[in-house]
Design a protein around this ligand. Structure first.
Ligand code: SF4
Length: 204
């Protein structure tokens, strides 16, 4: 029987990106193929769930939106086994991925968050479409070229820069300065600001 390594399943509001405020059930998978210095997720501690365990937990909540996250959920080989019954039950399924793996076609909304600190890993683009791309802002001469590279190679409806939190501080000024620079030559602001509002609202 397939077992899934799950960090946590909980119901909350989406805290960032275009769907900020959307009620959703978060399914957080263990394991990641990166190890970002500022990562705020403990993706190494997990509980084993069967498919039936996950479905029972999901059905105990009210929301009809699911956010599949991690860690890095595209690494979960058995993910299609979970997605199929969720689709059958008419859930809207979003995923949050670092963009290094291919996203399953049953996913309704794709949020990719490529990591500048691992920029060499993105020389080969595996997932070239998304609903949104969200990049954590870093003060480095190569950062904006990295964003432009991502914009060129991942066709998305929206692009966001997100302030980075280190030791409880957000690099807010750097982020809006970078936004100004990346949008400077455009008639419309193509890149937008995404804030991790859940951290300010004190929700999960
Ligand atoms: S990709 Fe995401 S989950 Fe993985 S280490 Fe980086 S921030 Fe953490």
């Amino acid at each position: 029987m397939t077992e899934f390594r799950i960090v946590e399943i909980f119901e909350s509001l989406q805290g960032e990106g275009y769907n900020t405020g959307m009620p959703a059930i978060f399914i957080r998978f263990a394991g990641c193929n990166l190890n970002c210095q500022w990562c705020d997720t403990n993706f190494r501690q997990f509980t084993r769930y069967t498919l039936a365990d996950i479905l029972a937990k999901v059905k105990s909540y009210q929301s009809k939106n699911i956010i599949i996250t991690g860690g890095e959920p595209t690494m979960v080989k058995a993910l299609p086994e979970l997605l199929a019954p969720l689709k059958q039950a008419n859930y809207f399924i979003a995923i949050e991925s670092n963009g290094l793996g291919k996203v399953d076609s049953l996913i309704d909304y794709i949020a990719l968050s490529p990591k500048f600190c691992y920029q060499t890993r993105y020389q080969k683009i595996v997932q070239s479409t998304a609903d949104e791309v969200r990049i954590v802002a870093e003060n480095h001469p190569e950062f904006l070229p990295f964003c432009c590279y991502m914009e060129k190679h991942i066709k998305a409806k929206r692009y966001f820069l997100s302030p980075c939190e280190k030791n409880g501080e957000f690099n807010m000024f750097e982020t809006i300065e970078l936004l100004g620079k990346i949008n400077q030559q455009r008639r419309e602001n193509k890149w937008l600001l995404s804030i991790q509002t859940h951290k300010f609202a004190n929700i999960e």
